[in-house]
Design a protein around this ligand. Sequence first.
Ligand code: UDP
Ligand code: MG
Length: 133
Amino acid sequence: MTERTLAIIKPDAVRKKVIGRIIQRIEDEGFEILGLKMVHLTREEARKFYYVHKDKPFYESLTDFMSSGPSVVLLLERENAIKHWREVMGATDPAQARPGTLRRQFGFSIERNAVHGSDSPQTAEYEIAFFFG
Ligand code: UDP
Ligand code: MG
């Protein structure tokens, strides 16, 4: 089933100058890029985007990090886009992520893990509307 997902190249990866390599991987994996933009989230926007994690101990640090510099947000389409993009990203903690995944390749820590991906159709719908209205 063709579906859509929301991907983010996080501020750590933008600072590291690996936007191009991550977009190359997205194209190599067969995704259509339907939307792409650079955004510097405000702290309030980051808090809204990650609201589902508001009670987690990492919420404040995560939302500070996500508003610390520009990100690149992408609207992606593919067969099984949500699951496939999460496989390409790898586990949340780069140290646990399999070789060949983007987080293993470019992530720095469990927080600064280079990329984001929606985790369900409902989340994808919310996240796509958040950035691409
Ligand atoms: N995160 C963190 N500490 C943790 C778990 C997560 O800083 O212990 C951050 C990390 O940047 C992660 C984001 O919070 O990507 C959202 O967490 P989630 O559990 O949804 O992981 P994901 O879906 O991104 O793999
Ligand atoms: Mg998640």
